[in-house]
Design a protein around this ligand. Structure first.
Ligand SMILES: Cc1cc2nc3c(=O)[nH]c(=O)nc-3n(C[C@H](O)[C@H](O)[C@H](O)COP(=O)(O)OP(=O)(O)OC[C@H]3O[C@@H](n4cnc5c(N)ncnc54)[C@H](O)[C@@H]3O)c2cc1C
Length: 443
């Protein structure tokens, strides 16, 4: 039977679910608080191009994306750098965020969905511990299912009955506080390394976080990101420091805004009776870089596939979505999250040392997603050299081994998510999972 579904927020995850659910025959309304022409950011971010075909979607129009630029990782002391190995053309793309939102809006309309822009959802309608609709300025409206795609700061998770164990807010060290700005590029000046447009400084100025300085046509894209908080003085200092290393960064600011990036593993539980979270509202980002466009889209697809043309929206039925997500992606993200929490607290001098000899340019080919040729291998001589170097650095090596063991344990716990919906078992598992992530209480 055709169900009535609300999607809160025109993010990628909600949009992807909406399109599939419309094609399965449901009635879908998307509520977006922003006006149509200013939904999404006025800049580009990087994704793999194949995510569209993976989600059975056509590619966006040519003017919505371009080839991803070349990246360089730089050590905290700026003395060592490693270029990210290139992939075949157009395997990874820079997609314009606002045009991507418009693309999704058009796809939803073409599939017969309703879009309500400038319509913020103010709350969930809950009856007998079940979500039965939403509240907007226009009043209350009943729905069979509410998909929360409203982003990391979703106010809706906190309105759900406690028995579902849906975490209300991310803990402070799960959020990267950022400032993203665009400056005019200084004429005739070079980037940090000639021929490489994008420079990512790891633990910039010794802080837990990153900064980047990227030449994008005639403007320079700057991001300052810090875990736990970022004040105006820190932003000014960090930009000044970037300027000393990147001649291309002028003082002519075009625009800048504060941003928050979700930088932690997925919340333990993201479903309730009549409710499912998708994308950043479920913290479904890759925890190392905070990238969530592709993972939101994949989550939206899994959610819609699990629902199909059915109309059981109980937490028990939606749990199939959640358990599948956690097994397929959440477990790997849990592994990365534990490593990231450790790496961000490592003494920056240790990272300088790693960049200064332990990792060589040829090693980076190992992390390439290029599948066109034979997989590169590290020669035995190089493995012995690395082991030797590591043995001479026990202050880094032993904590790193401990961290990998903890990360593997977190992955194992995540992968053993209860198969069937059982409130008591889920509450117990959620506590264990959150403790292992170091992410506080799930409630
Ligand atoms: C500076 C920066 C750089 C990034 N770089 C990358 C990158 O390179 N690659 C990558 O994959 N990811 C990147 N990300 C992360 C990426 O933006 C998110 O992970 C992704 O957008 C999450 O998608 P989503 O589907 O959860 O929706 P979101 O993009 O979070 O969208 C949520 C939508 O909900 C709307 N909304 C919120 N509240 C309400 C309400 N009450 N009522 C109605 N509507 C509401 C919002 O207006 C918004 O349109 C970056 C993020 C930032 C901030």
């Amino acid at each position: 039977m055709r169900a009535k579904i609300a999607v809160v927020g025109l993010g990628q995850g909600g949009a992807c679910a909406a399109i599939r659910l419309l094609k399965a025959g449901h009635s879908v309304t998307v509520f977006e608080k922003q006006p149509r022409d200013s939904t999404g950011y006025d800049w580009e971010d990087d994704i793999r191009a194949d995510v569209f075909s993976l989600c059975d979607l056509p590619m966006p129009a040519d003017d919505a994306y371009e080839q991803k630029r070349k990246w360089l990782f730089v050590s905290p002391d700026w003395q060592h750098s490693l270029p990210v190995p290139p992939l075949p053309p157009m395997e990874e793309i820079s997609v314009h965020r606002r045009r991507l939102c418009e693309y999704f809006a058009e796809q939803i309309e073409a599939a017969g969905g309703t879009l309500k822009f400038q319509t913020p959802v103010s709350g969930l309608l809950i009856e007998d511990e079940k979500v039965i609709g939403i509240k907007t300025d226009a009043g209350e409206e009943r729905f069979d299912l509410v998909i929360d795609a409203s982003g990391m700061r979703s106010p809706f998770r906190g309105q759900l009955p406690k028995k579902f164990c849906v975490q209300a807010q991310p803990e402070e060290n799960g959020v990267l506080y950022g400032y993203r700005a665009f400056f005019k590029s200084a004429e005739g000046a070079e980037t940090f390394e000639k021929g490489i447009e994008c420079t990512m400084s790891l633990k910039h100025m010794g802080k837990a976080g990153i900064s980047w300085c990227n030449l994008v046509d005639d403007r320079v894209d700057v991001l300052i990101g810090r875990l736990g908080g970022l004040d105006d003085d820190e932003i000014a200092e960090a930009i000044e420091d970037l300027r000393t290393h990147n001649a291309v960064l002028s003082r002519e600011l075009k625009f800048g805004q504060r941003v928050q990036i979700c930088l932690r593993g997925t919340i333990p539980v993201g479903v309730a009776d009549g409710y499912a979270a998708v994308g950043d509202s479920a913290f479904q980002t890759m925890p190392l870089m905070g990238s969530g466009i592709e993972s939101s889209m994949k989550a939206g697809k899994i959610l819609a596939d699990v629902i199909g043309d059915g109309n059981d929206f109980s937490a028990a039925a939606l749990w199939q979505y959640w358990a599948r997500w956690t097994r397929e992606f959440g477990a790997d993200f849990a592994f990365i999250d534990v490593l990231k929490r450790w790496a961000l607290n490592v003494d920056p001098k240790q990272i300088d040392w790693v960049f200064g000899g332990l990792i060589e340019k040829s090693d980076l080919a190992l992390i390439s997603t290029d599948t066109s040729g034979a997989k590169p291998k590290i020669p035995a001589k190089s493995v012995f050299k690395k082991l030797w170097l590591l043995l001479g650095r026990p202050s880094l090596t032993f904590p790193a081994i401990g961290c990998v063991a903890r990360a593997l344990k977190a992955k194992r716990i995540a992968a053993h998510i209860p198969q069937k919906y059982d409130e008591k078992k889920i509450a117990k598992w959620a506590k264990k999972y959150s403790r292992r992530l170091g992410a506080g209480s799930p409630e």
